[in-house]
Design a protein around this ligand. Structure first.
Ligand code: CP
Ligand code: NVA
Length: 306
């Protein structure tokens, strides 16, 4: 049995296999041909943080595969009142077939997975957001940006930046991350990406220079400056990141046909300008829809590999 906590646990071949399944399922959705691969299966969806896309894509996804989802918010479950993770994991996994968890510290997910009898999927932790990256790469494939692309990530060294490090280092493409010095990616995660890069041939560079990072890029991406849980730091972060807005001037340094990606929700006028977000280069709506297809690919793959 496999869990999906980070892309680090998956080989390049496995990641591409999941995306192949996702593309097949996406074509089927267009013709409203839902499969019954997960008939009679239940997905438990634990949310310790807010969500729009992750919740709706997982719930719709399991439904389209013939199963059903249960939304478990920490406000309503005993988890929110301090019932230990290891107890919750054993109870829930004796009843449902798959679990998705969105939480704070990544170690909470690891603890849950350790005690779970069914596969656990990371729906975002403070350190990683792997489901988003599968949707992002699916979008890159659809836009023809998956042949030796140069990807520039501008902004906070957060869960999204870490997940880009994992994706690039597993698949072997060039990734340039530009963040203010005090908000750089975790050195530990960067080191593990460098180890994977030795095998895949990925080229990964870190800097604090957004302009240098986007020169000739095929994909430009960013994320909020203050993630969930960092609300109190919003104003300090606004100042630290003021030169890190992806605006039209910055986009012009990338390739003419470069695409812009953002996991959403976006804060217009902060990490991205309204103009870039609404431009023809922006593929954010396609990217958001691809959460549904990518995660269906993950659920089917985990089911097939049990
Ligand atoms: N991108 C993303 O995970 O969105 P939600 O927070 O709405 O789930
Ligand atoms: N980095 C953001 C991503 C939201 C989908 C957060 O963790 O809040």
């Amino acid at each position: 049995m496999r869990h999906f906590l980070t892309l680090a646990d998956f080989s390049k071949e496995e990641i591409l296999e999941i995306l192949n399944i996702a593309r097949t399922l996406k074509d089927a959705v267009k013709s409203k041909k839902y499969s019954n691969v997960l008939a009679n299966q239940t997905l438990g969806m634990i949310f310790e943080k807010n969500s729009t896309r992750t919740r709706v894509s997982f719930e719709t996804g399991i439904y389209q595969l013939g199963g059903q989802g249960i939304f478990l918010s920490s406000n309503d479950t005993q988890l929110g009142r301090g019932e230990p993770i290891k107890d919750t994991a054993r109870v829930l996994s004796s009843m449902v077939d798959l679990i998705m968890m969105r939480t704070h510290g990544h170690e909470r997910l690891e603890e849950f997975a350790k005690y779970s009898k069914v596969p656990v999927i990371n729906g975002l932790s403070d350190d990683f957001h792997p489901m988003q990256l599968l949707a992002d790469y699916l979008t890159m494939q659809e836009c023809g940006k998956d042949k030796n692309p140069i990807v520039a990530y501008i902004g906070d060294g957060n869960n999204m930046a870490h997940s880009w490090l994992m994706l690039a280092s597993k698949l072997g493409f060039e990734l340039r991350v530009a963040s203010p010095k005090d908000y750089a990616v975790s050195q530990k995660i960067f080191q593990s990406a460098q180890e994977f890069a030795k095998i895949s041939g990925a080229k990964i560079t870190l800097s604090d220079n957004p302009k240098e990072a986007v020169i000739n890029a095929d994909v430009v991406t960013t994320d909020t400056w203050a993630s969930m849980g960092q609300e109190a730091e919003k104003e300090t972060r606004k100042k630290a990141f003021e030169n890190y807005c992806v605006d039209s001037a910055l986009m012009r340094l990338a390739k003419e046909d470069a695409i812009f990606l953002h996991c959403l929700p976006a804060y217009r006028g902060q990490e991205v300008s309204e103009e870039v977000l609404e431009s023809h280069q922006s593929k954010i709506w396609q990217e958001a829809e691809n959460r549904l297809h990518a995660q269906k690919g993950v659920m089917v793959w985990l089911h097939q590999n049990r």
